[in-house]
Design a protein around this ligand. Structure first.
Ligand SMILES: O=C(CO)[C@@H](O)[C@H](O)COP(=O)(O)O
Ligand SMILES: [Fe+2]
Length: 224
């Protein structure tokens, strides 16, 4: 179903000293998916977690694990993340060298496949792989860190992607600077899956924070 609004808290903004507890907390607080940011210090200027951590977190929630790979090259690691418990695996169009092959591998592993676009990459990068996509992840900040400011120019790209995918059951996910103020903007543009890190983990009110983003998104969708 592509109609519902999905909220995916990014555990990048959680307390890494108690990751299992944090995953359980956002699960209980109403997260639909758990967004896991994997960074290699090469494709992006930060290093986070690998498949062993995903595997260790897997027993802490039954919610889908949405694994966002900010690594290049990625193909050699797709099997390890699938085995560790990823449900969705997203690779970057810019990570190269063979996006179509990466998507074929993900689908071959029986996982839902997505492509992410950094802010400077046009939507045309998706044109010849649409048939292999379960979701597109539009970065609304430059990848690498949580807590950055939303880039409004990406709204145009979201609209273009909405137009491009037509009736295909491909979700449009947005990631970066999403909160109760920016959620309505991206939903109005056509997004239906919202990643939020700092806006969820900013204080201990995870349920209230998730609900605020969801309510703002649903209001925008109802008004659209
Ligand atoms: O992929 C990334 C960053 O590269 C994201 O998933 C961030 O973790 C989102 O954090 P906020 O911008 O919501 O604080
Ligand atoms: Fe992410």
């Amino acid at each position: 179903m592509t109609h519902e609004i999905i909220i995916a808290p990014s555990i990048l903004s959680s307390d890494f000293a108690k990751l299992g507890e944090e995953v359980r907390a956002v699960d209980t607080a109403g997260a639909d998916w758990i967004h896991v940011d994997v960074m290699d210090g090469h494709f992006v200027p930060n290093i986070t977690i690998g498949p062993d951590v995903v595997k260790a977190l897997r027993p802490h929630s039954k919610k889908p694990f949405d694994v966002h790979l900010m690594i290049a090259p990625c193909d050699a690691y797709l099997g390890a993340f699938a085995e560790a418990g990823a449900d969705m695996i997203t690779v970057h169009a810019e990570a190269g060298p063979h996006l179509d092959r990466s998507l074929q591998i993900i689908k071959g592993l029986g996982k839902r496949a997505g492509v992410s676009l950094t802010p400077s990459t046009p939507e045309t990068a998706l044109e010849y792989v649409l048939d292999k996509l379960d979701h597109v992840l539009v970065m609304t900040v430059n990848p690498g860190f949580g807590g950055q400011t939303f880039i409004p120019a990406q709204l145009h790209k979201i609209r273009a992607i909405r137009e491009m995918i037509g009736s295909r059951p491909i979700r449009i996910e947005v990631d970066g600077g999403i909160n109760a103020d920016t959620a309505p903007l991206v939903v109005e543009a056509g997004a239906n899956t919202l990643v939020a890190g700092s806006a969820v983990f900013k204080d201990r009110e995870y349920a209230g924070n998730i609900e605020a983003i969801r309510a703002a998104a649903l209001r925008a969708r109802a008004a659209a």
